[in-house]
Design a protein around this ligand. Structure first.
Ligand code: G3P
Ligand code: CA
Length: 352
């Protein structure tokens, strides 16, 4: 929660310009480069790679349970279409919010897939874990927190959690207050202060501001908040206007005082990595975009997403995954980054 006097904020700003803590590794959806995203198995494997944080995307079920899923629908990573063929909405999607936890628990989880015109499923990442092999399920947020806290106890590390409240605008429209439920659960598990080993992230600025201004004070909590940034045309955050959903405009965040505004309610930003480094950069000339400087000048920490090691995911200005990490950790000087390959980022930082 941000509520800092002006003098203190200037001191924080000045010190953050000079002191850089060790940058973080955030296991994006677990060790999702190796096992199906957001399964407990992917989280246990990530834990063994010793990142600083493990990420949870959180959505709500019909019976108000919190589950860890990237999408607020189930059809990209489960067999829901085969198991419950008549439960899709008009857009053809199977929404988690239309299913009870028991129903969701009965689904098989696999690597993310696409369906072609002939109905064939093809893996989003063909060289990752094979489709429909082994036996994975959707975890609840409580199960995942208990896994990480349990491993913190048995192995003696202190790995944090990095939950993302998914599509609060959608949950609200469906009559559910997902933010309140997530905060309640975080508090139950002991995450309630700035010192707690958690970052809470959200793409929806209206909701993050509500969390900072209303929910955290009302619940006697104070967490580190991260504003995720999208481009408006991704339709990542929507606003209901007379029953009609319109894309929320992120344009103000890229304007001169955008980051100053974010800093009034958040502690950091989670930008898409091309928002920080121009894809027109070359190895010899890395073009850092104004957003980075604006964020640091406003005292915000910066955790870009998503670093993937597949050859077609290496940025044009780097010749390897490690080269890309080098640009962001050592040239741009981000405070941390989200990666599907936490082992590689941990090794990179240790070698440095
Ligand atoms: O939350 C950081 C990063 O995960 C944002 O992208 O779509 O993978 O949730 P997404
Ligand atoms: Ca996320």
């Amino acid at each position: 929660m941000k509520l800092i006097p002006f003098a203190l904020s200037m001191a924080t700003l000045a010190s953050s310009a000079w002191v850089q803590a060790e940058p973080l590794v955030i296991a994006h959806r677990g060790a999702s480069g190796y096992l199906p995203e957001h399964t407990l198995e992917a989280k246990a494997l990530a834990y063994g790679m010793k990142p600083d944080f493990i990420e949870q995307d959180v959505v709500m079920t019909k019976d108000d349970q919190l589950v860890v899923l990237h999408d607020h629908y189930l059809d990209r990573v489960t067999d829901v279409a085969e198991r419950f063929p008549d439960r899709a909405r008009g857009d053809g999607r199977y929404y988690a919010i239309d299913f009870t936890l028991a129903e969701i628990k009965s689904l098989r989880v696999t690597e993310g897939f696409n369906i072609d015109e002939k109905g064939n499923k093809t893996a989003g990442f063909p060289n990752r874990f094979p489709l429909w092999k082994s036996d994975f399920t959707v975890p609840t947020l409580a199960e995942e927190i208990e896994l990480i806290q349990g491993l913190n106890k048995t192995l003696g590390y202190d790995i944090g959690i990095y939950p993302e409240i998914k599509a609060p605008w959608f949950h609200r429209h469906e009559g559910k207050d997902i933010s309140k439920a997530v905060l309640k659960m975080l508090k139950e598990y002991g995450y309630d202060s700035q010192e707690s080993n958690v970052y809470l992230q959200c793409f929806d600025p209206i909701e993050l501001k509500r969390i900072n201004d209303e929910l955290l004070p009302a619940m006697n909590m104070d967490l580190k908040l991260v504003q995720l940034i999208a481009y408006t045309d991704w339709n990542e955050t929507m606003v209901y206007d007379g029953g009609q959903a319109q894309p929320y405009s992120y344009d103000w965040m890229f304007e001169a005082n955008g980051m100053q505004q974010v800093a009034t309610y958040a502690d950091g930003i989670g930008p898409w990595k091309p928002m920080l480094v121009d894809d027109a950069s070359t190895k010899e000339n890395i073009i850092i975009k104004p957003l980075m400087k604006a964020a640091k000048a406003s005292g915000l920490i910066v955790h870009p997403y998503t670093f993937r090691a597949e050859p077609d995911r290496i940025a044009p200005y780097a010749d390897s995954f490690e080269g890309m990490l080098d640009v962001f950790y050592n040239t741009v000087k981000v405070d941390g980054l989200f990666t599907d390959f936490p082992d590689k980022a941990v090794t990179f930082l240790h070698q440095k």
